[in-house]
Design a protein around this ligand. Structure first.
Ligand code: DGL
Length: 265
């Protein structure tokens, strides 16, 4: 049986996965978490599948050295390309964000016409298309890469003319064709207002982080490793200098970030 006092490990290419950290910490307030942002190698969304798998393996290795009891792959691109490899190779349960996001979308959609937005890598992988098709074979998926959303979110340009113009550019052709849109990238929940303004109020926006937190809780309970009691301890690790992670990460986390540690891969 896994050690219930061990921490949950969460990794992402950078700050984006803090949106997942936030949901996991809210859902499981007794759990300690070690978060790793691979800030030296971000972005993953423009890299090849082989490269992302190599990076994901390296992140998992760092977190396993910290004795984590479960690994959450918070990055959509890493989930899309590397989750099967990690599940095959690791001895701890691995929770991804694509499966939970797909499930949440299928549950929300009335028509089965589902949109997915993500990085170029996530869209090219067709991971969401395949997960949605496995859950609801008749569903139609329209996917669109929205690469400019990542720098907009990191710069804090979340609402107003510029993000809405960018959202129109990517999403106008999808408007009116889907009833549910998966925000299939860690950064996109921050732009939900601009995305929603373009898609219209009748389109449900799905943030996979909430569903991922639920799956994390269920998985821990299933392996008998849940820890509801202890005051949690949060650690943040980065592969590049911590300054930018601290500055940008506070916006993603919704609270101040302290004690960020550089780790050597
Ligand atoms: N975290 C990545 C994702 O969710 C977005 C940023 C990147 O490209 O690394 O796909």
């Amino acid at each position: 049986m896994a050690d219930d006092r061990a921490a949950i490990g969460i990794f992402d290419s950078g700050v984006g996965g803090l949106t997942v950290f936030r949901q996991v910490a809210a859902r499981l307030p007794g759990e300690s978490i070690v978060y790793l942002g691979d800030t030296a190698r971000v972005p993953y969304g423009t890299k090849s599948a082989d490269t992302v798998v190599r990076y994901a393996r390296a992140c998992a290795r760092i977190l396993l050295k910290r004795n984590v009891k479960l690994l959450v792959v918070a990055c959509n691109t890493a989930s899309a390309f590397a989750v099967d490899v990690l599940r095959d190779e690791l001895d701890v349960p691995v929770v991804d964000v694509v499966g939970p996001g797909a499930r949440a979308a299928v549950a929300r959609s009335r028509s089965g016409r589902i949109g997915v937005i993500g990085t170029a890598g996530t869209v090219a992988s067709r991971a969401y298309d395949e997960s949605i098709a496995a859950l609801q074979p008749g569903a139609t998926v329209t996917a669109q890469a929205c690469p400019l959303f990542v720098p907009l979110a990191e710069e804090g340009w979340l609402e107003g003319t510029v993000p809405e113009a960018v959202a129109h550019h990517y999403l106008d052709s999808m408007r009116g064709t889907v009833d549910t849109l998966v925000l299939g990238c860690t950064h996109y929940p921050l732009l939900a207002a601009a995305i929603g303004a373009v898609m219209g109020p009748e389109v449900a926006l799905v943030d996979s982080a909430e569903e991922t937190a639920r799956v994390t809780a269920e998985t821990l309970a299933a392996i008998g490793a849940a820890n509801a009691e202890a005051p949690p301890c949060y650690r943040f690790l980065v592969s590049d200098a911590p300054d930018a992670f601290v500055r940008v990460g506070q916006r993603f986390l919704g609270r101040p970030l302290a004690g960020v540690e550089w780790v050597d891969f």
